[in-house]
Design a protein around this ligand. Structure first.
Ligand code: ZN
Length: 151
């Protein structure tokens, strides 16, 4: 495993829509392992592949209830709402209040291509939405209603 270099705001990599993963091979496994290590190293709640310069639909999260990895994730259900503070490893020092669903259900694949389902509530729901946004080239800043972000 290795720590990957973080891509920061201003890099066009973060504004691109990522492509679906169709090969569940050793390279994907290495990417997932590296992303996990990188997320923990920087103390993030989640990390998406474009944040390490890979334009593929891959993300990892740990909102304090255990590690989860997702390949080709999609939000299939969401309910309720929450207003809360949000930040991003690619936008250091910036934060803002965003509106997110309180509960989301995500369908994804694991590293072997098998179907998985991840449910998140509160912080985890926020993290899932935030990371899946990254895969569509959307930064949390575009959802901020107040805070210190530079828009
Ligand atoms: Zn982020």
């Amino acid at each position: 495993m290795a720590i990957r270099k973080i891509v920061y705001e201003g890099d066009e990599m973060l504004t691109k829509k990522c492509r679906k993963v169709d090969k569940f091979d050793e390279r994907l496994h290495e990417l997932l392992d590296d992303m996990k290590e990188t997320m923990y190293k920087f103390g993030g709640v989640g990390l998406a592949a474009p944040q390490v310069g890979i334009l593929r639909r891959v993300a990892v999260v740990d909102a304090g209830d255990g590690f989860a990895e997702m390949v080709n994730p999609e939000i299939v259900e969401s309910s309720g709402e929450q207003m809360g503070k949000e930040g991003c490893m690619s936008c250091p020092g910036q934060w803002g209040i965003t509106l997110r669903p309180m509960i989301v259900k995500v369908q994804a694949q694991n590293r072997f291509g098998e179907k998985t389902e991840i449910c998140g509530r509160a912080l985890k729901a926020r993290a899932l939405c935030h990371e899946i946004d990254h895969l569509d080239g959307i930064l949390f800043k575009s959802r901020v209603v107040s805070g210190n972000v530079k828009l």
